[in-house]
Design a protein around this ligand. Structure first.
Ligand code: F0G
Length: 351
Protein backbone atom coordinates (compact mmCIF):
# COMPACT_ATOMS: atom_id res chain seq x y z
CA UNK A 1 0.00 0.00 0.00
CA UNK A 2 1.11 3.55 -0.72
CA UNK A 3 -0.32 6.95 0.01
CA UNK A 4 -3.14 8.31 -2.15
CA UNK A 5 -1.75 10.99 -4.47
CA UNK A 6 -4.89 12.77 -5.68
CA UNK A 7 -6.97 11.96 -8.74
CA UNK A 8 -4.61 13.35 -11.39
CA UNK A 9 -1.70 11.10 -10.39
CA UNK A 10 -3.94 8.12 -9.62
CA UNK A 11 -5.68 8.29 -13.03
CA UNK A 12 -3.10 10.21 -15.07
CA UNK A 13 -3.37 7.97 -18.15
CA UNK A 14 -7.12 8.68 -18.37
CA UNK A 15 -6.92 12.45 -17.99
CA UNK A 16 -5.92 15.20 -20.44
CA UNK A 17 -2.65 16.09 -18.69
CA UNK A 18 0.94 15.86 -19.88
CA UNK A 19 4.44 16.30 -18.44
CA UNK A 20 4.07 20.09 -18.74
CA UNK A 21 0.92 20.25 -16.65
CA UNK A 22 1.72 21.60 -13.17
CA UNK A 23 -0.48 19.38 -11.02
CA UNK A 24 -2.30 21.48 -8.43
CA UNK A 25 -3.67 19.08 -5.84
CA UNK A 26 -4.93 18.80 -2.29
CA UNK A 27 -4.91 14.99 -2.67
CA UNK A 28 -8.62 14.86 -3.43
CA UNK A 29 -10.49 11.64 -4.26
CA UNK A 30 -10.00 8.22 -2.73
CA UNK A 31 -13.24 8.74 -0.81
CA UNK A 32 -15.05 5.94 1.05
CA UNK A 33 -17.56 3.67 -0.67
CA UNK A 34 -19.52 2.90 2.44
CA UNK A 35 -22.08 0.10 2.76
CA UNK A 36 -25.37 1.70 3.84
CA UNK A 37 -26.92 -0.87 6.15
CA UNK A 38 -30.17 0.88 6.94
CA UNK A 39 -30.87 2.14 3.42
CA UNK A 40 -30.17 -1.39 2.18
CA UNK A 41 -32.72 -2.79 4.65
CA UNK A 42 -35.31 -0.22 3.65
CA UNK A 43 -34.90 -0.82 -0.08
CA UNK A 44 -34.04 -4.50 -0.30
CA UNK A 45 -31.05 -3.43 -2.39
CA UNK A 46 -27.33 -3.58 -1.71
CA UNK A 47 -26.68 0.13 -1.25
CA UNK A 48 -23.35 1.96 -0.97
CA UNK A 49 -22.70 5.63 -0.30
CA UNK A 50 -19.88 7.35 -2.21
CA UNK A 51 -19.00 9.82 0.52
CA UNK A 52 -17.76 12.86 -1.38
CA UNK A 53 -18.02 15.15 1.62
CA UNK A 54 -14.67 13.70 2.69
CA UNK A 55 -12.79 15.50 -0.07
CA UNK A 56 -10.36 18.26 1.00
CA UNK A 57 -12.86 21.12 0.83
CA UNK A 58 -15.82 18.91 1.72
CA UNK A 59 -17.41 18.21 -1.66
CA UNK A 60 -16.96 16.40 -4.98
CA UNK A 61 -16.00 19.70 -6.62
CA UNK A 62 -12.36 19.09 -5.67
CA UNK A 63 -12.06 16.33 -8.28
CA UNK A 64 -12.98 18.77 -11.01
CA UNK A 65 -11.09 21.68 -9.52
CA UNK A 66 -7.70 19.91 -9.40
CA UNK A 67 -8.04 19.47 -13.17
CA UNK A 68 -9.45 22.91 -13.97
CA UNK A 69 -6.83 24.74 -11.92
CA UNK A 70 -3.95 22.55 -13.15
CA UNK A 71 -4.93 23.25 -16.75
CA UNK A 72 -5.38 26.95 -16.04
CA UNK A 73 -1.87 26.97 -14.54
CA UNK A 74 -0.55 25.17 -17.63
CA UNK A 75 -2.09 27.94 -19.75
CA UNK A 76 -0.42 30.59 -17.60
CA UNK A 77 -3.63 31.91 -16.03
CA UNK A 78 -3.17 34.28 -13.10
CA UNK A 79 -6.81 34.52 -12.07
CA UNK A 80 -9.88 32.30 -12.08
CA UNK A 81 -13.58 33.02 -11.68
CA UNK A 82 -16.69 30.96 -10.98
CA UNK A 83 -20.37 31.24 -10.18
CA UNK A 84 -21.48 29.05 -7.34
CA UNK A 85 -24.13 27.87 -4.94
CA UNK A 86 -21.19 27.55 -2.53
CA UNK A 87 -19.20 24.38 -3.03
CA UNK A 88 -17.56 25.30 -6.32
CA UNK A 89 -16.47 28.63 -4.82
CA UNK A 90 -15.03 26.93 -1.73
CA UNK A 91 -13.07 24.52 -3.90
CA UNK A 92 -11.92 27.12 -6.43
CA UNK A 93 -10.71 29.38 -3.63
CA UNK A 94 -8.62 26.62 -2.04
CA UNK A 95 -7.07 25.31 -5.28
CA UNK A 96 -6.36 28.85 -6.52
CA UNK A 97 -4.32 29.43 -3.36
CA UNK A 98 -2.29 26.27 -4.04
CA UNK A 99 -1.62 27.55 -7.56
CA UNK A 100 -0.76 31.10 -6.51
CA UNK A 101 -3.70 32.51 -8.45
CA UNK A 102 -6.35 34.97 -7.45
CA UNK A 103 -9.92 33.75 -7.36
CA UNK A 104 -13.18 35.64 -7.85
CA UNK A 105 -16.51 34.08 -6.96
CA UNK A 106 -20.06 35.15 -7.73
CA UNK A 107 -22.73 33.75 -5.42
CA UNK A 108 -26.46 34.38 -5.13
CA UNK A 109 -27.00 36.86 -2.31
CA UNK A 110 -28.20 35.26 0.92
CA UNK A 111 -28.68 31.85 -0.69
CA UNK A 112 -25.54 29.94 0.16
CA UNK A 113 -24.65 28.02 3.31
CA UNK A 114 -22.55 29.79 5.96
CA UNK A 115 -19.74 27.21 5.95
CA UNK A 116 -19.24 27.60 2.21
CA UNK A 117 -19.12 31.37 2.50
CA UNK A 118 -16.53 30.98 5.27
CA UNK A 119 -14.39 28.74 3.07
CA UNK A 120 -14.28 31.20 0.17
CA UNK A 121 -13.40 34.01 2.56
CA UNK A 122 -10.76 32.17 4.60
CA UNK A 123 -8.97 31.18 1.39
CA UNK A 124 -8.92 34.81 0.34
CA UNK A 125 -11.29 34.76 -2.62
CA UNK A 126 -12.78 38.00 -3.94
CA UNK A 127 -16.42 37.37 -3.16
CA UNK A 128 -19.30 39.13 -4.88
CA UNK A 129 -22.81 38.47 -3.65
CA UNK A 130 -25.01 38.98 -6.68
CA UNK A 131 -28.54 40.23 -6.40
CA UNK A 132 -29.84 37.32 -8.48
CA UNK A 133 -29.90 33.52 -8.55
CA UNK A 134 -27.20 31.00 -9.54
CA UNK A 135 -28.19 31.11 -13.19
CA UNK A 136 -27.66 34.89 -13.22
CA UNK A 137 -24.26 34.41 -11.53
CA UNK A 138 -23.15 31.89 -14.15
CA UNK A 139 -24.14 34.18 -16.99
CA UNK A 140 -22.15 37.00 -15.39
CA UNK A 141 -19.10 34.80 -14.78
CA UNK A 142 -19.16 33.60 -18.39
CA UNK A 143 -19.29 37.19 -19.67
CA UNK A 144 -16.42 38.28 -17.43
CA UNK A 145 -14.26 35.35 -18.55
CA UNK A 146 -14.79 36.35 -22.18
CA UNK A 147 -14.09 40.06 -21.72
CA UNK A 148 -11.33 39.96 -19.07
CA UNK A 149 -8.16 37.91 -18.37
CA UNK A 150 -9.76 35.46 -15.97
CA UNK A 151 -10.33 31.73 -16.53
CA UNK A 152 -13.78 30.23 -15.93
CA UNK A 153 -13.70 27.14 -13.67
CA UNK A 154 -17.39 26.24 -13.62
CA UNK A 155 -18.35 22.82 -14.97
CA UNK A 156 -18.82 24.34 -18.45
CA UNK A 157 -15.00 24.11 -18.35
CA UNK A 158 -14.52 20.61 -19.88
CA UNK A 159 -11.60 19.78 -17.56
CA UNK A 160 -13.99 19.87 -14.60
CA UNK A 161 -16.00 16.91 -15.89
CA UNK A 162 -12.79 15.06 -16.76
CA UNK A 163 -11.70 15.28 -13.15
CA UNK A 164 -15.12 14.42 -11.77
CA UNK A 165 -15.41 11.25 -13.88
CA UNK A 166 -12.76 9.68 -11.62
CA UNK A 167 -15.41 9.04 -8.95
CA UNK A 168 -16.95 6.43 -11.29
CA UNK A 169 -13.51 4.85 -11.76
CA UNK A 170 -13.05 4.58 -8.00
CA UNK A 171 -16.44 2.89 -7.62
CA UNK A 172 -15.70 0.26 -10.27
CA UNK A 173 -12.19 -0.23 -8.87
CA UNK A 174 -13.70 -0.86 -5.42
CA UNK A 175 -16.62 -3.09 -6.46
CA UNK A 176 -14.85 -4.99 -9.23
CA UNK A 177 -17.56 -3.94 -11.70
CA UNK A 178 -20.13 -1.19 -12.20
CA UNK A 179 -23.20 -1.20 -9.93
CA UNK A 180 -26.66 -1.82 -11.43
CA UNK A 181 -27.91 1.64 -10.53
CA UNK A 182 -26.26 4.94 -9.68
CA UNK A 183 -28.24 7.66 -7.87
CA UNK A 184 -27.04 11.25 -7.82
CA UNK A 185 -28.34 14.77 -7.07
CA UNK A 186 -28.68 17.06 -10.10
CA UNK A 187 -28.15 20.82 -10.02
CA UNK A 188 -26.15 22.30 -12.86
CA UNK A 189 -26.03 18.71 -14.18
CA UNK A 190 -22.27 18.46 -14.53
CA UNK A 191 -21.70 15.64 -12.08
CA UNK A 192 -24.20 13.16 -13.51
CA UNK A 193 -22.62 13.81 -16.91
CA UNK A 194 -19.12 13.27 -15.52
CA UNK A 195 -20.04 9.96 -13.85
CA UNK A 196 -21.56 8.77 -17.11
CA UNK A 197 -18.34 9.62 -18.94
CA UNK A 198 -16.36 7.68 -16.35
CA UNK A 199 -18.59 4.62 -16.38
CA UNK A 200 -18.80 4.42 -20.17
CA UNK A 201 -15.04 4.91 -20.52
CA UNK A 202 -14.32 1.97 -18.22
CA UNK A 203 -16.92 -0.20 -19.99
CA UNK A 204 -15.51 0.69 -23.42
CA UNK A 205 -12.03 -0.36 -22.27
CA UNK A 206 -13.30 -3.61 -20.77
CA UNK A 207 -12.46 -2.67 -17.19
CA UNK A 208 -16.15 -3.07 -16.30
CA UNK A 209 -18.62 -5.34 -18.04
CA UNK A 210 -21.40 -2.75 -18.26
CA UNK A 211 -22.54 0.70 -17.12
CA UNK A 212 -25.19 1.42 -14.49
CA UNK A 213 -28.59 3.00 -15.01
CA UNK A 214 -28.15 6.66 -14.04
CA UNK A 215 -30.85 8.04 -11.75
CA UNK A 216 -30.60 11.79 -11.24
CA UNK A 217 -32.71 13.77 -8.78
CA UNK A 218 -33.61 17.44 -8.74
CA UNK A 219 -35.45 19.26 -5.98
CA UNK A 220 -39.11 19.67 -6.93
CA UNK A 221 -38.95 23.50 -6.79
CA UNK A 222 -35.88 23.47 -9.03
CA UNK A 223 -36.59 20.71 -11.52
CA UNK A 224 -36.13 22.15 -15.02
CA UNK A 225 -35.00 18.89 -16.61
CA UNK A 226 -37.94 16.95 -15.17
CA UNK A 227 -40.39 19.69 -16.18
CA UNK A 228 -38.80 20.14 -19.59
CA UNK A 229 -38.41 23.90 -19.20
CA UNK A 230 -36.13 26.32 -17.33
CA UNK A 231 -37.37 27.47 -13.93
CA UNK A 232 -37.07 31.27 -13.60
CA UNK A 233 -37.30 31.42 -9.82
CA UNK A 234 -35.96 28.11 -8.53
CA UNK A 235 -36.62 27.32 -4.88
CA UNK A 236 -35.60 24.55 -2.47
CA UNK A 237 -34.06 24.26 0.99
CA UNK A 238 -31.22 22.37 -0.73
CA UNK A 239 -29.46 25.57 -1.84
CA UNK A 240 -26.61 23.69 -3.54
CA UNK A 241 -29.01 22.48 -6.25
CA UNK A 242 -31.20 25.58 -6.44
CA UNK A 243 -30.65 25.95 -10.19
CA UNK A 244 -33.22 26.76 -12.85
CA UNK A 245 -31.30 26.39 -16.09
CA UNK A 246 -28.54 23.77 -15.83
CA UNK A 247 -25.51 24.27 -18.06
CA UNK A 248 -25.09 20.53 -18.76
CA UNK A 249 -28.79 19.91 -19.41
CA UNK A 250 -28.23 18.08 -22.72
CA UNK A 251 -25.39 15.92 -21.35
CA UNK A 252 -27.54 14.89 -18.39
CA UNK A 253 -30.39 13.86 -20.70
CA UNK A 254 -27.89 11.89 -22.73
CA UNK A 255 -26.67 10.09 -19.58
CA UNK A 256 -30.27 9.34 -18.66
CA UNK A 257 -31.26 8.05 -22.11
CA UNK A 258 -28.12 6.08 -22.96
CA UNK A 259 -28.16 4.38 -19.57
CA UNK A 260 -31.89 3.60 -19.54
CA UNK A 261 -32.16 5.70 -16.40
CA UNK A 262 -34.31 8.58 -15.30
CA UNK A 263 -34.23 12.12 -13.97
CA UNK A 264 -36.92 12.74 -11.42
CA UNK A 265 -37.74 15.19 -8.66
CA UNK A 266 -37.99 14.84 -4.89
CA UNK A 267 -39.67 17.26 -2.50
CA UNK A 268 -37.88 19.24 0.19
CA UNK A 269 -39.72 17.07 2.70
CA UNK A 270 -38.26 13.90 1.17
CA UNK A 271 -34.80 15.48 1.06
CA UNK A 272 -35.05 16.42 4.75
CA UNK A 273 -36.20 12.91 5.69
CA UNK A 274 -33.27 11.31 3.84
CA UNK A 275 -30.85 13.81 5.43
CA UNK A 276 -32.06 12.80 8.87
CA UNK A 277 -32.01 9.10 8.01
CA UNK A 278 -28.39 9.27 6.88
CA UNK A 279 -27.33 11.14 10.00
CA UNK A 280 -29.39 9.21 12.55
CA UNK A 281 -29.16 5.71 11.11
CA UNK A 282 -26.02 5.54 8.98
CA UNK A 283 -23.74 7.91 10.91
CA UNK A 284 -23.14 9.97 7.79
CA UNK A 285 -23.62 13.73 7.99
CA UNK A 286 -24.27 15.16 4.55
CA UNK A 287 -25.61 18.46 3.34
CA UNK A 288 -29.24 18.67 2.24
CA UNK A 289 -28.61 18.57 -1.51
CA UNK A 290 -26.60 15.38 -1.09
CA UNK A 291 -29.56 13.61 0.49
CA UNK A 292 -31.50 13.98 -2.78
CA UNK A 293 -29.76 10.87 -4.11
CA UNK A 294 -31.01 8.73 -1.22
CA UNK A 295 -34.46 10.37 -1.20
CA UNK A 296 -34.65 9.60 -4.90
CA UNK A 297 -33.61 5.98 -4.44
CA UNK A 298 -36.29 5.44 -1.78
CA UNK A 299 -38.88 6.95 -4.13
CA UNK A 300 -37.72 4.93 -7.15
CA UNK A 301 -37.80 1.66 -5.19
CA UNK A 302 -41.28 2.49 -3.90
CA UNK A 303 -42.45 3.17 -7.47
CA UNK A 304 -41.01 -0.15 -8.65
CA UNK A 305 -38.42 1.57 -10.82
CA UNK A 306 -35.46 -0.10 -9.11
CA UNK A 307 -35.58 -3.86 -8.60
CA UNK A 308 -35.00 -5.32 -5.16
CA UNK A 309 -31.63 -7.02 -5.00
CA UNK A 310 -30.00 -4.40 -7.20
CA UNK A 311 -26.54 -3.15 -6.34
CA UNK A 312 -26.87 0.62 -5.97
CA UNK A 313 -24.40 3.44 -5.36
CA UNK A 314 -25.70 6.79 -4.10
CA UNK A 315 -23.32 9.73 -4.33
CA UNK A 316 -23.58 11.96 -1.28
CA UNK A 317 -21.96 15.05 -2.67
CA UNK A 318 -21.13 17.35 0.25
CA UNK A 319 -20.33 17.46 3.95
CA UNK A 320 -23.05 18.28 6.49
CA UNK A 321 -20.71 20.59 8.41
CA UNK A 322 -21.02 23.14 5.64
CA UNK A 323 -24.57 23.94 6.67
CA UNK A 324 -25.14 22.92 10.31
CA UNK A 325 -28.20 25.15 10.79
CA UNK A 326 -30.52 22.43 9.50
CA UNK A 327 -29.10 19.89 11.94
CA UNK A 328 -29.49 22.26 14.88
CA UNK A 329 -33.02 23.19 13.85
CA UNK A 330 -34.21 19.63 14.24
CA UNK A 331 -32.31 18.78 17.43
CA UNK A 332 -33.27 19.02 21.07
CA UNK A 333 -31.19 21.60 22.93
CA UNK A 334 -28.27 20.54 25.15
CA UNK A 335 -28.73 20.35 28.94
CA UNK A 336 -26.42 22.43 31.14
CA UNK A 337 -25.03 20.74 34.27
CA UNK A 338 -22.62 21.71 37.08
CA UNK A 339 -19.18 20.03 37.35
CA UNK A 340 -20.70 17.12 39.22
CA UNK A 341 -20.72 13.43 38.24
CA UNK A 342 -24.07 12.63 39.86
CA UNK A 343 -25.78 15.59 38.18
CA UNK A 344 -24.28 14.58 34.84
CA UNK A 345 -25.34 10.94 35.38
CA UNK A 346 -28.86 12.02 36.25
CA UNK A 347 -29.08 14.29 33.23
CA UNK A 348 -28.05 11.28 31.10
CA UNK A 349 -30.62 9.01 32.79
CA UNK A 350 -27.76 6.82 34.05
CA UNK A 351 -28.61 7.34 37.71
N1 F0G B 1 -24.58 18.45 -4.46
C1 F0G B 1 -23.86 19.48 -3.99
C2 F0G B 1 -23.48 19.46 -2.56
C3 F0G B 1 -23.51 20.54 -4.85
O1 F0G B 1 -22.80 21.55 -4.37
C4 F0G B 1 -23.92 20.51 -6.20
C5 F0G B 1 -23.60 21.60 -7.11
C6 F0G B 1 -24.65 19.39 -6.64
C7 F0G B 1 -24.95 18.38 -5.74
C8 F0G B 1 -25.12 19.25 -8.03
O2 F0G B 1 -24.09 18.95 -8.90
O3 F0G B 1 -24.31 20.91 -10.40
O4 F0G B 1 -22.93 18.95 -11.06
O5 F0G B 1 -25.41 18.78 -10.98
N2 F0G B 1 -23.07 22.69 -6.74
C9 F0G B 1 -22.62 23.75 -7.64
C10 F0G B 1 -21.82 24.79 -6.88
C11 F0G B 1 -23.67 24.30 -8.51
O6 F0G B 1 -21.77 25.95 -7.30
O7 F0G B 1 -21.22 24.45 -5.86
P1 F0G B 1 -24.19 19.42 -10.41
Amino acid sequence: ARAWRGIVEEYRDRLPVNENTPVVTLQEGGTPLLPATRVSELTGCEVFLKVEGLNPTGSFKDRGMTMAISKAAEDGAKAVICASTGNTSASAAAYAIRAGMTCAVLVPQGKIAMGKLAQALVHGARLLQVDGNFDDCLELARKLSVDYPVALVNSVNPYRLQGQKTAAFEIVDALGDAPDVHCIPVGNAGNISAYWMGYTEYARDGISSRSPRMLGFQASGSAPIVNGAPVTSPSTIATAIRIGNPASWKLAEQARDESGGLIDKVTDRQIMAAYKLLAAEEGVFVELASAASVAGLLQAVEAGRVERGSRVVCTVTGNGLKDPDWALAGASSATTVPVDALAAAQALDLA
